[in-house]
Design a protein around this ligand. Structure first.
Ligand code: ADP
Length: 161
């Protein structure tokens, strides 16, 4: 049988427990998940794209089911070139909906055979995003619950430089 591949695109600056929650849910639905880091994301990211790739890869060293790559052109072209059947996106609150729907419909227009699948994280991650984590980390050490342990250490090291 052919592998069911899904793409999980984002900036991941940094990867949070909310992202990890979505990957965990996706692992139950797909044979392979490719976490794709957008090359042209935030103008001044906290972590370079190479650092982000390394940090996320560390979390998934034990499994072949999840890998990390970059993309910089059309996401649907990247997805098609990896024979992906789905694009995973997160829906946290109504505020995500409009933008996500626009993007999903445009991607479907460009590549009708690839479906966007929206997954909802655990409620405890509903109000979590990478920017909030970065903001809190500048002023407090109390953000263990919001990022995987290796990411916590990387943020701490980065800010103490
Ligand atoms: P982008 O810049 O594309 O929004 P992000 O790295 O912020 O990239 O997010 C990538 C995907 O992960 C998006 O679909 C976003 O909705 C989802 N996501 C971000 N934070 C969370 C969270 N706390 N819980 C669940 N999904 C999330």
């Amino acid at each position: 049988m052919t592998k069911r591949v899904a793409i999980f695109p984002g900036s991941f600056d940094p990867f949070t427990s909310g992202h990890q929650d979505l990957v965990r849910r996706g692992q139950k639905m797909f044979d392979e998940i490719i976490i794709t880091i957008a090359k042209n994301s935030a103008k001044s990211p906290m972590f370079t794209k190479e650092e982000r790739k390394e940090m996320i890869s560390e979390i998934y060293t034990d499994t072949d089911q999840v890998r990390v790559e970059f993309f910089d052109h059309l996401l649907v072209d990247f997805a098609a070139s990896h024979s992906a059947v789905a694009i995973i996106r997160g829906l946290r609150a109504v505020s995500d909906f409009e933008y996500e729907m626009q993007m999903a419909l445009m991607n479907r227009h460009l590549a009708p055979e690839i479906s966007t699948v929206f997954l909802m994280p655990h409620e405890k991650y509903t109000y979590l995003n990478s920017s909030i984590v970065k903001e809190v980390a500048k002023h407090s050490e109390n953000y263990h619950d919001f990022v995987p342990p290796n990411i916590y250490d990387r943020i701490k090291a980065k800010l103490n430089k």
